[in-house]
Design a protein around this ligand. Structure first.
Ligand SMILES: C[S@@+](CC[C@H](N)C(=O)[O-])C[C@H]1O[C@@H](n2cnc3c(N)ncnc32)[C@H](O)[C@@H]1O
Length: 226
């Protein structure tokens, strides 16, 4: 099982949230998308219902459905309680309270669980972990990674981030990573050196302000084109 932080930064975990975090247009949705580190979000399930093409890759998918249910039951209260005790780190506008967050998030996880076994059989949930993912060069038009890279900068080194992001650059024409903050809501110390490295290698990269802010100050994604 891959890294699983207790300092989780919870999101809604649904398609609407992903659309905002990554500023996804209708044209973007029609791309073949790699969802990296999606965990129990309902993005892939909802996209599949709408006949869009997403493959999610996460070490979490080594779990059986039963283990997923156990993991969610064991961590759900902890994550919501952590959010409650760190309320000042979040913006309570779109979502009004930790309880409402919990309800939205649980609805997304239920949707994920309903799709999980069929999705695994279809090859839409792949057990894999950065820095190396088992896909072909430029297999995807777009790769998305939310709430993993940069967020856990204390746990994952600059070298890990470099290797992971460069491997995503091999797999997709465009990469979007959200947020660029760590879980203390500070800009990741890895961001500047990664951008320098990307530019030196000729990859265009920019910070894009998006219409989503839950972690206070976290309203930017890193966009890389290859
Ligand atoms: C906080 S969750 C984010 C879930 C989802 N992206 C979201 O925004 O709601 C972090 C995810 O990163 C996954 N993860 C941990 N180590 C990983 C690795 N080496 N490569 C890819 N994903 C990893 C975890 O399993 C977990 O599902």
């Amino acid at each position: 099982m891959g890294f699983h932080s207790k300092e989780a930064v919870p999101g809604d975990g649904n398609l609407a949230e992903f659309q905002q975090m990554f500023a996804l247009s209708e044209a973007d949705l029609s791309f073949k998308i790699l969802g990296c580190s999606d965990g129990p979000a309902s993005f892939t399930a909802e996209m599949h219902e709408r006949v869009y093409r997403v493959i999610s890759a996460d070490p979490f998918y080594e779990c059986t459905l039963e283990q997923v249910q156990e993991r969610i039951a064991a961590t759900y209260e902890i994550v919501i309680e952590q959010t409650r005790s760190n309320q000042d780190k979040f913006v309570w506008e779109r979502i009004k309270s930790p309880d409402e967050l919990g309800e939205i998030r649980m609805a997304a996880m239920r949707r994920f669980m309903a799709d999980y076994e069929q999705g695994k059989a279809d090859g839409r949930y792949i057990t894999a972990e950065l820095p190396k993912l088992p896909f072909a060069e430029k297999e995807f038009e777009l790769a998305l990674c939310s709430h993993f890279l940069f967020l856990y900068s204390d746990n994952f080194s600059l070298e890990f981030h470099e290797e992971a992001i460069l491997s995503l650059c091999k797999l997709a024409q465009e990469i979007r990573i959200f947020p660029v903050l760590d879980y203390n809501a500070e800009v990741s110390p890895h961001l500047a050196p990664i951008r320098k490295k990307l530019s030196a290698l000729g990859y265009e990269n920019s910070l894009v302000t998006v219409d989503y802010e839950f972690q206070r100050g976290g309203n930017q994604m890193l966009r890389i084109t290859t």
